[in-house]
Design a protein. Structure first.
Length: 152
């Protein structure tokens, strides 16, 4: 049959050829369908196993990252607490400076008072010495008077 004649085949001829081809190929065609299904199922199982393995790897990596984040969070929380304490202390500095200035003024006032007391004590010592001298003079003059009386 020439190529042109092959185009002119009737439907019944084609139908017969299909039946003839389909019977022997039907038993053979089921095997590729099953093997294709098995291959597809195997591919899905492999893909799911890989996905499951990657999910476990991601979970363990996530746990590692989580522990690192927890440690970093604790570290920065300590830093934050220290910074807040420092800020509170810095806010108290003006009051501390005012207290120091007040104490310095009080110390200067005390120093002046001590100097005054020291001067008064020196004057008291001088007065005590003068009193002692006067008492000695008085005692000496009485002794002299007594001596003169006794001599007369």
């Amino acid at each position: 049959i020439s190529p042109n004649d092959a185009r002119l085949k009737t439907l019944s001829d084609k139908s017969r050829e299909a039946k003839v081809k389909s019977k022997p190929s039907r038993t053979v065609s089921y095997l590729p369908k099953y093997s294709a299904g098995l291959e597809l199922l195997s591919r899905y199982e492999d893909t799911w196993a890989a996905l499951h393995r990657r999910a476990k790897e991601c979970a363990s990596a996530g746990e590692l990252v989580d522990s690192e984040v927890v440690m970093l969070s604790a570290h920065w929380e300590k830093k934050k607490t220290s910074l807040i304490e420092l800020q509170e202390q810095l806010q108290q500095l003006p009051g501390l400076i005012a207290d120091l200035e007040s104490m310095t003024a009080n110390l200067m006032h005390l120093e002046t008072s001590f100097e005054e007391v020291e001067n008064h004590l020196l004057n008291l010592e001088d007065l005590c010495a003068q009193c002692e001298l006067e008492r000695c003079k008085h005692t000496q003059s009485q002794q002299l008077e007594n001596y003169k009386k006794n001599k007369r």
